[in-house]
Write a protein that binds this ligand. Structure first.
Ligand SMILES: [Zn+2]
Length: 137
């Protein structure tokens, strides 16, 4: 993500922001401009609680180029408490700790840094629900 685009999106990166259709109330993540259910373009910002559970997961041993996380890392499909599903890395877990239905919470984290200028790309990750902020793993 470019730096200007990052700053335009910073509010949605600090919180898990999607949209909600004003007509049929369906929720979207990520945000959409038009409802795919009723075709309305009256979509309003919606902030998710940031809580959800793991529906499915895998361990990635071969990350994309420039991806600096330690290997392997956990990549999961997460169902938010409000319903929508998304794919996210789950941090602060060992392989024997992750399970289906495990409760997780949104965590704003650095994703990667690029090139010698060190442009840092931010994005969201999830961690076990109630995981203390100060604890490092
Ligand atoms: Zn709708």
């Amino acid at each position: 993500m470019s730096v200007p685009r990052f700053w335009r999106r910073i509010h949605s990166l600090y919180r898990l922001e999607g949209t909600r259709c004003a007509k049929c109330e369906i929720l979207y993540f990520p945000e959409r401009n038009r409802c795919i259910k009723c075709n309305s373009n009256e979509l309003q910002p919606f902030f998710y609680s940031g809580y959800g559970k793991i529906i499915s997961y895998t361990w990635v041993y071969t990350p994309p180029k420039g991806f600096n996380s330690s290997i392997p890392y956990c990549l999961a499909i997460i169902e938010l408490d409000e319903g929508p599903r998304l794919t996210s890395q789950v941090v602060a877990v060992n392989q024997d700790e992750v399970s289906i239905d495990m409760l997780v919470e949104f965590a704003f984290r650095k994703i990667s840094s690029e090139g010698k200028e060190g442009v840092i790309t931010y994005g969201f990750k999830f961690r076990p629900k109630g995981y203390p902020n100060h604890k490092k793993k």
